[in-house]
Design a protein around this ligand. Structure first.
Ligand SMILES: [Zn+2]
Length: 124
């Protein structure tokens, strides 16, 4: 019968020498790097690190700049027409260029209410 003994300075899982903690970097499970949306929110409600899917029409180009419509809904998973992936990273909205056809990006300012917020975005 063997007893598992934790020896300080060695990984609990593979015996690799370590200076802190109980597991080496290989055995440590990766920390979550982004928050996952649990429900549908508006683009304007997204928090740093959030990513989700919205309709193509939420993305438009005006004055040589890409924008997102703040009131567009963003879902945690791709569903229906929500196939364009958007992420808020370092305070900036990114649109996954793999999930939108450049030709489908609306050109010009959309005709929307005064209260609509628009956010600068970048194709990545
Ligand atoms: Zn290890």
């Amino acid at each position: 019968m063997s007893t598992i003994v934790f020896q300080k300075g060695k990984c609990l899982n593979c015996d690799t020498p370590i200076s802190t903690g109980i597991l080496c970097s290989t055995c440590t499970p990766p920390a979550p790097t982004k928050t996952v949306l649990l429900r549908e929110v508006m683009i304007s409600e997204m928090q740093e690190g959030d990513s989700g899917f919205t309709e193509e029409y939420a993305v438009f180009e005006a004055d040589s700049q890409l924008f997102l419509i703040g009131s567009a809904r963003i879902a945690p998973q791709s569903e229906g027409y929500k196939t364009t992936r958007v992420r808020l990273r370092k305070g900036r909205f990114e649109v996954d260029s793999q999930t939108i056809d450049r030709d489908d990006i609306w050109l010009g300012w959309p005709n929307m209410g005064e209260e609509t917020k628009f956010f600068v975005a970048k194709l990545v």
